[in-house]
Every structure is written in structure tokens, then in C-alpha cells.
Design a protein around this ligand. Structure first.
Ligand code: HT7
Ligand code: ZN
Length: 848
């Protein structure tokens, strides 16, 4: 398939008013009969359908007649019925194909996961089920009959009938085929109901394997909260009689928003205190919400084409972030989101894979489900909201739902509703969607006669294929603090729109300290010359939680980068952080976030940004040493925190309890540097929850004392896939760097390294990639090991191989030796005969 260009978009020359599917399930020979009700829109158009090369075409008729064989042409992933064989008015195309779900290891289309038939159709999986116009702008109602002896047979929409061996479903809401789903298996449901504000009673089910029911309650409660929140905050009601969620073990991503039948990776549904961490619970709540919110932002209003992916994903991430802020601590959520954005999206923007939130070309769309499309897409909406205000945002969203319900829309449509609802011209703002790269904004201050002048200069470094980067609209939220820490001017949003700009603050009696980029008001890098004393002041006094945390982060990063390049630093940070964590009234989650040192990857990114070549071993040593110094300097305080932050009573994943545990384990991580792992060993033995056990295990592994704890976990949870995924990943992640590749290699030899399962593969390979100094071993062993496995995975599951290949995306910033090893590994992957389009595109972009 050649490169696809946004500029080449053309509407499909037929309309499709109805799709009927009749599916007879069998592991090796499933039969799919499809009836499509079509009407030509342009005389003389051939009917071109998508269909995988593996589909066995059994029959094809047009209005019940078999066309002349010369009028039906199969070429690659296309099936064409030439115009001469088609009526000029409406007609029915009927096909029957045979497919082999048991052989489907790519988990795209219809496949078997542990005895459960399930589907994954986004982005272009439906073409592996039947011949079809597999594009999101073709929307139709679906009626589905499923034939199988399995007890539970599910599809989209509302149930029509169920008898032994057969079930019928009808989805009245026109949808593109990427939202189609079918599930069949021996499943049990945790059930509840939700009555919408207009009185529709919706049956809710979370379907899991028998025996897992007790781990599905939290997912159900998360769903109910999401349904209520979307009514209260966005006025969006659910629109079917049932909402089903199914958990499956083999799944390429987190979850999928199929209409009325969400399918989830089991790790995002199943949770119990002894198997799931606080982070798992928070993630389950947010992903259940995310998929549910797609019902409006994605399903009722979908995307015209896949270039518009951030239309649904950016908005739905933005909505799920708002939801989590409302359910938990808004300040903590914002800091977590910024950390994730910087770790994943800034990394993308600064490397060879940089692309805009709305790309204008791609080879393989599955490679564009990225942090840029999702998380930066959400940040862009956050900026829009900041620029037009809460009322403007609410009006624009109401207009969006009114105007585009039932549409396959574009980013232009989205911006137009904001323009029409608020009167604001968004032509320049649109660059956030079309231009790649993270803008760098330099801020300087001038103080004269009671007037403070803030001057800004913005620039965006070039990215692949985009050298010119005109100025963007950038909202910078600023507040001013007086010498005693009082806020002398509340938050004001400065709007940058030119390369250079200045703003005055008049009538000030003393020179204030500027708190800038409050709430991380734009996804940029803000550069300002601040000394440690001013950062320490902001860390002590800033009233904006993000800016406060950021001041501490900057102090830590400046110490760590100095230490990693042979300098002396850290005392200012150590003193400031001690004062912060001693603040008993401050949210423990905030204190925990501030106490956790930046990771090694983040330090490397900062060094690269400063124009230096990061040395992974020196970074590791610098971070370890600083952690040890913090622990020694504050041992009594950390020890008190560790003892006090226990959570009495039965485990609960709520935000308040989780915050206490977060601070407790942050203290444990530091104390483990000086107590020989004594506390961690005790905690691992007595903790009744996975959060504390995993934290304790990480401490023990770092010290090389993890064997007994690992054996205990294996004994207790050897048959629990989700716990075993953690068991694999933590070993690769927390191993001392010099052992990391050996540890990963030994794990890969185990019988329970079921590598075709995406979670298990990600656990091991992702765990190693997260061990910064281990993955970037100077002998190239981390790269070689990863390349071996990517090549192996590519032959069975290209999506997973391509996604995991991003472990290499930062390779150009390292030293010559490492670069040579990385390039060799990438070239070795590129040289594989029959390499998938997915991995080929990723690797060639990385070595371009
Ligand atoms: N819209 C979904 C994205 C998706 C996906 C999910 C599972 C497996 C393969 C997939 N390809 C694309 C998930 C979401 O963003 O909600
Ligand atoms: Zn999504």
C-alpha cells in the first residue's frame, strides 16, 4: 500500500444504507455472510471493497445474481466489481467468505483469545472479516446474526432474539465498520443498571471469565460514574438499552469503544487489592470512562478519515482527564498528565517520529495511535478552552453535538464550531493541529519603577518534513508572588501570537517573583533563567500546584544534570524537598510526586535538550547518589512519614488512601537506599495489597535481594496472568543496569513467557526499555535483544512489533558507540524479508 495523503481524500461514490451480517463461528472455518444495501452516487463507478488477502471468497451476488467472473477482480487487499456489473439504482451485494480466527495471531479482525471469539476492527480490521468499504465515513445500521454453541453471543446495539445456538442483534445507530464488534464465549457477567436522566433503563454487564467476577466490580462502578458524569458535565446521555463490556486476555491496546460493546484488555477491567495496584485502579477508572465517553465523541460523531483521528481521541482523552480530575485530585491529575506528556509526547516530538496531531500522510495508520494524536490532541483542546473560557467551551461543545451528530467530521468542522460559538478566529490556532514539534518559549523579565515587563520569544525546532514553523497562539498563565510569598496578582493568561512579544504589569510596590506556565497552560518548553534560590522560593510558596511542583522538578533536574556531567550539586534541592515533605497539611499525593526524583530517561532528555550527549551510566549513578543523599539527610523525617502513612482498615483504592500509600512508598524507595532493604523486606511480607508489595519488590530488586520475594509471588500468583505480567516487567525494569539484559534473556527462556500474548511481550520488552541504562548498555546487548524479539514478533503481530520499536526512537541522541549499535539493530530489522508495513514504516522513519 503506498503512502496515503490527506489531500487525496474523496467521498466514497456509493451510499450504504444497511449492513446485514450472518456469522457462523468455528475456530478454523468461520463463515461470514454479508448483505450490503448500496446506491451508486456517481454513474459509472466501480464498486471497490477492502478485504484481506486471507479472506476465502465463497460467493458473491448482485441482487441475487452472480456477475460474470471477469467483472469481479481481486487484487491485493481489494475486491472490485466493475460498474458494468452493477445496476444504476439501489442494489444488494451479498458475499460469503471463510476465515480462520484460530490462525489470527495479529489480533486484528476476528480472532480467538483463550477460547473467546472476539473482534478488533479499528482502524482497518473489518476488512479481515468480510469485503467492505473499510473507511470511517461510510456509516450504516448493522443487523447481526451469530451462530455458535458458545453460551454468550454478543454484538453491537440491542439484543433482538436469543435461542440456543443463535443470537440476533440490531444496532439502530449508523456507524462505520471500525465500531463493529462480536464476542462469543463462555463468559459470566457482573450486572447492574443505570437509568438515564430521561428515564431510559440501561442494562449494564461486565463480562469476564468464570471465577473473575469479584475482580469486575470496580470496573462496573467506574462505568456507572462515567455515565452520570457525562450527563452532568456534557449533557450526554446513553442511547441503547444495553451496555456491554468484555474483558479478553489477548488485546493489542488498552480497550476499544465498539458501539454498545466495549472490548477491553483484561488488565483494564480486572482488579482486586491483592492483584492490582493503586495505579491500576486509577487507570481502569479512566479507561472505562474514556471508552464510554467515545459513545458521543467518536461514535455518534466519528472521523471522516483516519487523518482526523485526534478529533475523537484528543477530545476523548481531554474528557477522561476532566473526569479523573473531578473524581480525584485535580492538581495531582494535572501533574501526572504533564509528566506522561513529557515522557511520551515530548520524546516523540524531539525525535525522528515527530508528527502533527493531524498528520497529512501515513503509510500504516496503526502507527499513528500515538501520544501526539492522543495526549497532545488533548492539550490542544485544553488550550482552546483556556482561550475561549469555560462558557465559550460549553457553547462550542453544545454546537458540536447539535451540528455534527451522525456525521463523520473533520478538524475543520471542530474549529468552526468554536469560531461560530465564540466569534473567535482560529486560523492561527489551527497550526497546533498541522505543525509538529514542541515550541520553545524563552521568557525574560525586566523591572523598572513599579513595572514588570515579561518578554517572550517563541520558536519551534524543525521536525521531519517540516522546516518552517511559523508562530503559534500560545496561552501562558502567569501569576505574581510578593517577597513573603503572597499572591500580588492573580493568574492572568497572556496570549502569545508573534515570534516576540512583551507584556507589562504595572503598579507593583516591590519586584515580584513570577510564577509562569501555571497549570501547564500550553504544551511547550518554557525557558527562563532562574537561580536555585528563586526555584526554592516557588517550591515553598507558589499557590499554583503545577507551578509549585515544577519548581521542585527544575531544581531536581538541574542538580541531576550537573551531577551526571561530573559537577557538584543537590544541596538546595535536598533542603527544599525536606521542607516540603515536612508539611503535614499538604496533600500526601502532591508530596509524593515532589519526592519522586525524575527518571533516568527524563534526565537524558534534559541533557540532550541542553546540547549534551547523555551518558546512561553516569545518569544512573547520579540519580542513585542523589537518592541516597536525600535519604541520609532526611532519614528521621522519611522514617516518620513511612510509619505514619499507613492506611488503616481494609484496602480501598480511593484517592485519599492511594495518596497516603504513594507518599509512604516514595519514602520507602529512598529509605531503601540506606537501610539495606530492611523495611522493604518486612513490607513485602506483611502488605495485603499489591501497591505496597510491588513497591517493596522494586526496592529489593534494585539491591539485588529480590529472589525470595519473586519466589513467593510466583508461588502465590503463578496462574494469574496479570500478576505474572508485573512479575516479568518489574524484574527487567528494576534490575541493576549491568544485569538487565541477562535478566531479560533468562526471563525470555521461561515456559511462561507466552510472548504471543501482547501483555506478556510488553511486560518484558517494555520493562527492559524502561531500564534506561540497561537498555542502552554500551555493548549494544539491549538493542540486539530487543531487535531479535521485534523481528520474531513482527511475523505474528505487526502492530505490537511496530509499537514496541519506539524503544529505539531516542537513539540519535546517544554517543557514537551506542548509535552504531542502535543503527545496526535497526538496519538488521529493516533487512528482514517480509517485514510488515507497520514495522518497516517505523524503522525507516527512525533511520531516515
Ligand atoms: N479507539 C481505540 C484505538 C485502537 C485500538 C484499540 C485496541 C486494539 C487496537 C486498536 N487500534 C486502535 C482505543 C481508544 O483510543 O479508545
Ligand atoms: Zn480513544
Amino acid at each position: 500500500q503506498p503512502v496515503q495523503y490527506l489531500a487525496d481524500y474523496r467521498p466514497w461514490p456509493f451510499t450504504l444504507s444497511e449492513t446485514r451480517l450472518d456469522v457462523t463461528l468455528a475456530p478454523r472455518d468461520t463463515r461470514v455472510r454479508a448483505e450490503l444495501r448500496l446506491t451508486p452516487q456517481q454513474a459509472g463507478s466501480d464498486l471497490v471493497l477492502d478485504g484481506g488477502t486471507e479472506l476465502r471468497l465463497i460467493s458473491l451476488t448482485v441482487d441475487g445474481q452472480q456477475p460474470d467472473p471477469s467483472h469481479v477482480i481481486r487484487e491485493g487487499e481489494r475486491l472490485t466489481v466493475v460498474a458494468a456489473a452493477l445496476p444504476q439504482g439501489p442494489f444488494t451485494l451479498a458475499t460469503e467468505v471463510g476465515i480462520d480466527p484460530a490462525d489470527n495471531t495479529a489480533f486484528e479482525g476476528l480472532y480467538l483469545s483463550n477460547g473467546i471469539f472476539c473482534t478488533q476492527c479499528e482502524a482497518e480490521g473489518f476488512r479481515h472479516i468480510t469485503f467492505y468499504p473499510d473507511r470511517p465515513d461510510v456509516m450504516t445500521t448493522f443487523s447481526v446474526t451469530i451462530r455458535s454453541d458458545l453460551p454468550v453471543l454478543l454484538s453491537n446495539g440491542n439484543p433482538v432474539s436469543k435461542a440456543p445456538g443463535v443470537a440476533e442483534w440490531h444496532d439502530p445507530w449508523p456507524k462505520p465498520c471500525y465500531l463493529f464488534a462480536l464476542v462469543a464465549g463462555d463468559l459470566v457477567a457482573v450486572s447492574d443498571s443505570f437509568t438515564t436522566r430521561s428515564g431510559r433503563k440501561v442494562a449494564l454487564n461486565v463480562w469476564v471469565r468464570p471465577g473473575d467476577q469479584h475482580r469486575a466490580d470496580f470496573a462496573m462502578q467506574s462505568l456507572i460514574k462515567s455515565m452520570k458524569w457525562d450527563e452532568d458535565v456534557y449533557g450526554r446521555e446513553y442511547d441503547l438499552d444495553v451496555f456491554n463490556i468484555v474483558a479478553v486476555d489477548d488485546f493489542n491496546m488498552g480497550a476499544m469503544e465498539n458501539k454498545g460493546l466495549n472490548i477491553f484488555n483484561s488488565k483494564l477491567v480486572l482488579a482486586s487489592p491483592e492483584t492490582a495496584t493503586d495505579a491500576d485502579y486509577e487507570r481502569i477508572e479512566s479507561v472505562i470512562a474514556h471508552e464510554y465517553f467515545h459513545n458521543w465523541t467518536g461514535n455518534r460523531i466519528t472521523c471522516r478519515d483516519w487523518f482526523q483521528l485526534c478529533l475523537k481521541e484528543g477530545l476523548t482523552v481531554f474528557r477522561d482527564q476532566q473526569f479523573t480530575s473531578d473524581m480525584r485530585s485535580a492538581a495531582v491529575k494535572r501533574i501526572e498528565d504533564v509528566q506522561a506528556l513529557r515522557a511520551r509526547q515530548f520524546r516523540e516530538d524531539q525525535g525522528p517520529l515527530a508528527h502533527p496531531p493531524r498528520p497529512d500522510h501515513y503509510e500504516e495508520i496503526n502507527n499513528f495511535y500515538t501520544a501526539t494524536v492522543y495526549e497532545k490532541g488533548a492539550e490542544v483542546i485544553g488550550m482552546l478552552k483556556r482561550l475561549v473560557g469555560n462558557d465559550g467551551y460549553a457553547k462550542a461543545l453544545d454546537l458540536y453535538f447539535d451540528r455534527h451528530d451522525g456525521d463523520a467530521a473533520t478538524i475543520e468542522d471542530w474549529l468552526k464550531v468554536f469560531e461560530d460559538a465564540t466569534g473567535r478566529d482560529l486560523a492561527q490556532f489551527k497550526r497546533w493541529y498541522t505543525d509538529a514539534g514542541t515550541p520553545v518559549v524563552e521568557m525574560s523579565e525586566d523591572w523598572q519603577d513599579g513595572r514588570l515587563t515579561l518578554s517572550f520569544r517563541q520558536s519551534t525546532p524543525p521536525t521531519p518534513g517540516q522546516t518552517e514553523k511559523p508562530a503559534r497562539i500560545i496561552p501562558i498563565a502567569v501569576g505574581l508572588l510578593g517577597p513573603n510569598g503572597d499572591e500580588v496578582a492573580g493568574t492572568r493568561v497572556l496570549e502569545l501570537s508573534e515570534d516576540s512579544q512583551s507584556f507589562d504589569f504595572d503598579g507593583l510596590s516591590a519586584r515580584p517573583v513570577v510564577s509562569a506556565l501555571r497549570g501547564f497552560s500550553a504544551p511547550i518548553i518554557l525557558r527562563r533563567d532562574l537561580d536555585d534560590a528563586t526555584r526554592a522560593f516557588l517550591l515553598a510558596h507558589d499557590t499554583d500546584p503545577f507551578a509549585r511542583w515544577e519548581a521542585g522538578r527544575e531544581l531536581a533536574l538541574s542538580a541531576l544534570t550537573t551531577l551526571a556531567t561530573g559537577g557538584e550539586a543537590g544541596s538546595s534541592y535536598i533542603a527544599s524537598i525536606g521542607a516540603l515533605i515536612a508539611e503535614d497539611q499538604t496533600d500526601p499525593a502532591f508530596r509524593a510526586l515532589s519526592l519522586n526524583l525524575p527518571g533516568e530517561e527524563e534526565i537524558a532528555t534534559r541533557l540532550a535538550y541542553l546540547g549534551q550527549t547523555p551518558d546512561p551510566d553516569a545518569i544512573h549513578t547520579a540519580r542513585t547518589d542523589l537518592a541516597r543523599r536525600i535519604a541520609s539527610a532526611h532519614e528521621p523525617l522519611l522514617s516518620r512519614i513511612y510509619d505514619e502513612m499507613t492506611v488503616p482498615g481494609a484496602y480501598s483504592p480511593d484517592a485519599v488512601s492511594a495518596a497516603r500509600r504513594a507518599l509512604r512508598i516514595a519514602a520507602l524507595g529512598l529509605l531503601g537506599r540506606i537501610d539495606g532493604g530492611e523495611r522493604a523486606e518486612v513490607l513485602f511480607g506483611v502488605a495485603g495489597n499489591m501497591t505496597e508489595r510491588m513497591a517493596a519488590l522494586a526496592v529489593l530488586l534494585r539491591l539485588g535481594h529480590g529472589a525470595p520475594a519473586l519466589a513467593a509471588l510466583l508461588d502465590e500468583f503463578g496462574d494469574n496472568r496479570l500478576v505474572m505480567d508485573k512479575w516479568f516487567s518489574i524484574q527487567a525494569m528494576a534490575a541493576p543496569p549491568q544485569d538487565a539484559v541477562a535478566v531479560a534473556s533468562a526471563l525470555a527462556e521461561r515456559n511462561d513467557f507466552d510472548w504471543k500474548n501482547p501483555n506478556r511481550f510488553r511486560a518484558l520488552l517494555g520493562g527492559l526499555a524502561a531500564n534506561h541504562a540497561g537498555f542502552h548498555s554500551v555493548d549494544g546487548s539491549g538493542y540486539a535483544f530487543t531487535a531479535d524479539w521485534l523481528i520474531r514478533m513482527d511475523a505474528v503481530n505487526p502492530q505490537i512489533a511496530a509499537r514496541m520499536s519506539t524503544a529505539f526512537e531516542t537513539w540519535p541522541r546517544y554517543d557514537e558507540m551506542r548509535r552504531a549499535h542502535a543503527r545496526a539493530a535497526l538496519e538488521r530489522i529493516a533487512s528482514v524479508k517480509g517485514l510488515s508495513r507497520n514495522t518497516r514504516e517505523m524503522v525507516s522513519r527512525m533511520i531516515a
